[in-house]
Design a protein around this ligand. Structure first.
Ligand code: GLP
Length: 241
């Protein structure tokens, strides 16, 4: 295991460091495959990446991306969808080719077929060079919720009440939060060459502590990262506890 932990003063510094690491990957391998996350945590890093692009520091024209997850039943045009989030926060602001960006299709009628084809798509890209992860308050990564076993491949999950509550801030009320999502599996995540886990704020301190220093258990999905050979954790002081 090779886990490097970078502790930053605050969210701004965390965002800058995360963006620097992603930019370094793109500079090292301009046709790299980036695995990307949604949620509040990466918003600042995406903003900083856009700035680097605007300053002519990075070129995304050969970069390919695969996102971790998407809500079931959400159309791309729905402002709460992760497709929409990625377009708003990053894709429409940089020179990435739309055909090189990928997210699971939450509207697919045949869910298991969609999961299989997403998994095949990731395999066809070769490998994920750098995969950015956030962490849920309950230790989830992507939408791999605490459970009795690690789900290996892309699959459909029932979101826990905890996650629904945590994500309701993006919706006008809790009843609108989808209860199901498609997510890369733990196996899909663990195949990435390098994993970059970003965590900000005191609400993440407990989950991060368990993920980094607790037992490896599917009850804390992020704890599996202890077994990955190449993880970089960027956490602000509040999240590091
Ligand atoms: C969502 C996403 C995760 C994300 C997590 C934390 O549930 N599926 O990929 O890491 O929330 O989100 P936030 O960064 O908003 O705390």
């Amino acid at each position: 295991m090779r886990m490097r932990i970078l502790i930053t003063k605050d969210y701004e510094e965390l965002s800058a460091k995360t963006a620097d690491l992603i930019a370094a990957q793109v500079l090292l391998r301009p046709d790299c495959v980036l695995g990307l996350a949604t949620g509040s945590t990466p918003v600042g890093a995406y903003r900083d990446l856009v700035e680097k692009y605007e300053n002519g520091e990075i070129d995304f024209s050969d970069v390919k991306t695969v996102n971790l997850d998407e809500y079931c039943g959400m159309r791309d045009s729905d402002p709460q969808s992760y497709h929409y989030f990625m377009n708003e926060n990053l894709f429409s602001r940089i020179n990435i080719r739309p055909e090189n960006t990928h997210l699971p299709d939450g509207t697919a009628s045949d869910v298991s077929r969609e999961c299989e084809s997403y998994e095949k798509l990731i395999a066809s890209l070769g490998r994920i060079d750098l995969l950015l992860l956030g962490i849920g308050n309950n230790g989830h990564i992507g939408f791999n919720e605490p459970s009795e076993g690690f789900a290996v491949k892309t699959h459909c999950v029932d979101l826990t009440d905890d996650t629904v509550r945590a994500n309701k801030r993006f919706f006008s009320n809790e009843s609108e939060v989808p209860r199901k999502a498609l997510t890369m599996g733990i196996g899909t995540i663990m195949m990435a060459e390098t994993i970059l886990l970003a965590a900000s704020g005191a609400s993440k301190a407990e989950a991060l502590k368990k993920a980094l220093r607790g037992p490896v258990t599917p009850e804390v999905p992020a704890s599996i990262l202890q077994l990955h050979p190449n993880v970089i954790v960027v956490a602000d002081e509040a999240a590091f506890g």
